[in-house]
Design a protein around this ligand. Sequence first.
Ligand code: ZN
Length: 406
Amino acid sequence: MIVYESKLEGTQSQYGQLDAAIRTGRFVRNSMIRAWIDGQINSRNDAYKYCKVLADNPEFPWAKQLNSMARQAHAERAWAAIERFYRNCQAKIPEKKGFPKFKKYQVRDSVEYKTSGWQLSEDRRYLSFTDGFKAGNFKLWGSRNLHYYQLNQIKRVRVVRRHDGYYAQFLIDYKREENKELTGSQIGLDVGLNHFLTDSFGNKVDNPRFFRKDERKIKRLQRRLSKTKKGSKNRAKARNKLGRAHLKVSRRRNDWVCKLAQRVIQSNDLVAIENLKVRNLVKNHCLAKSISDAAWYRFREWLEYFGVVYGVPVIAVNPSYTSQNCSNCGQKVVKTLSTRTHKCPHCGYIADRDENAAINILKSALKEWSTTVGRTECQVSREIPLCLVLETDKSKGTQRKRKSKK
Ligand SMILES: [Zn+2]
């Protein structure tokens, strides 16, 4: 699956209809969760059946307006949340099991269509929605050409609302495969705050300077937002500004890590990384750290993605002791966070702390790899495919007002 994304250009009233569709998608999802709590739904099939019940209920006339397959797609979303909860309960994970929550309104939300309820124009430059909300015809802004794919390869169309407008995502059934020459090189990567990453050859990649700049900018906008009065117009404006800044920053970071990941994959035959728990990453409240954590997480996703594309195994290993053990003799050498150099009293090996860790990561990955020979698929942690195309024509498509033809 690959995802193409382009911005939707329409009128304010058309955007209003998209809002209604998004709201209804959320309504379907929340109704499913409600029905599940009340014991009316016990399986995915029940959820599908319940779609019909919702649509036939005269109390909720809007439910019928949404395309029937889109209703199902949102029932699937609800069921996925319920299933995840069941799985966590079965796995007996400590702490929270993730009981399905009702979703509240937020700007970043989406509605998902399957193969009906929308139509592409002949030249594939326009997308129109044909369900009961009658959102009409939108111009598609973006650099990618949809001509390359058959219509029946488009499995889903998602309308995503962000702080800077509305986007259409096309989920295309296509497996990307690229050829790659063997390079004879295997690499281990260690991430840290001081450097974005250190590899097992001792090379370092620094955090780009814009990480710092972005952090300052977001802090400033955050302060400005907190000074405005609740419910005021200025507050709405400030929130939109902050939202846009977040978007810009994350696009920039994503672009940077994507290119870095592709370079790493292209120049190695095996890549070893630490299996850091996302749960722990999200917890911290330090902005600088959370920015580099988010970037690291995206980087890992891109590594796994390009790993599949180029046929390079990406192995995530248990991060414990990778920085403590000596990569030369295997003995444990205890150091504090501030010790930057690894000096082994047992064998006399001296190396940079992060380089030593990166070598350890590579070593345990190779060990793990050799015991699982025969396994061809590497573990891609993500179910939802990554978005290949980030909006490139930001300047052009910022919610332009087009005169409605009435
Ligand atoms: Zn040693």
